[in-house]
Design a protein around this ligand. Structure first.
Ligand code: SF4
Length: 177
């Protein structure tokens, strides 16, 4: 992929026991999700018909992969967002490839599922791309902000709608048996 900006990758392995004991509380994240306008907006979002902790406990290690996307050179907030969305598509596709190459693994998505223009859930139908739909850390009950800060020493940044943060982050990775 040709770029005129920098994407820096940070990786580390975290035992799933540690992920759950230090960085997971589905009851809390679910309450936060309920306040979101996108709540139940895709099949990758809560509420679920399974226990997220049981889902995570199928695996033993979480291979955390963080891509830090430099926003320098972007002319405005929209341009920075477009850069992020381009990188998210690339990142999510890469997690699916990693999953394919790693038997028994699960490649998580960075943030929400954007595979369809309008999710089938909104019209009461099953997911049309279960081969591509993947849960994110946030949706499944984990806290990426604390995870990234503890493991790598920097923070997730957001725009206030007018300012362009120094960088954006894509935070997800691979759950492994
Ligand atoms: S793949 Fe499409 S139908 Fe499935 S959760 Fe994502 S947006 Fe919804």
């Amino acid at each position: 992929m040709d770029r005129n900006y920098t994407v820096t990758r940070f990786v580390t392995d975290i035992p799933v026991d540690e992920l759950i004991s230090k960085y997971f509380d589905y009851s809390k994240t679910h309450e936060l999700c309920k306040a979101c306008s996108g709540y139940a907006g895709t099949w990758a979002c809560p509420p679920f018909d399974f226990e997220p902790e049981d889902f995570l406990r199928q695996f033993s290690v979480f291979h955390l992969i963080v891509d830090r996307i430099d926003n320098s050179g972007t002319a405005n907030v929209d341009e920075a967002q477009d850069r992020l969305f381009t990188e998210k598509d690339r990142y999510d596709a890469e997690m699916l490839e990693l999953e394919k190459a790693t038997p028994g693994s699960y490649g998580m998505a960075a943030q929400e599922c954007v595979q369809c223009k309008k999710c089938a859930r909104l019209s009461g139908h099953p997911c049309v791309h279960p081969d591509k739909m993947r849960y994110s850390l946030e949706s499944i009950g984990a806290f990426p902000v604390k995870l990234v800060h503890d493991k790598f020493g920097f923070d997730i940044l957001w725009s206030d709608g007018e300012s362009i943060p120094e960088y954006y982050l894509l935070v997800a990775g691979l759950l492994k048996k």
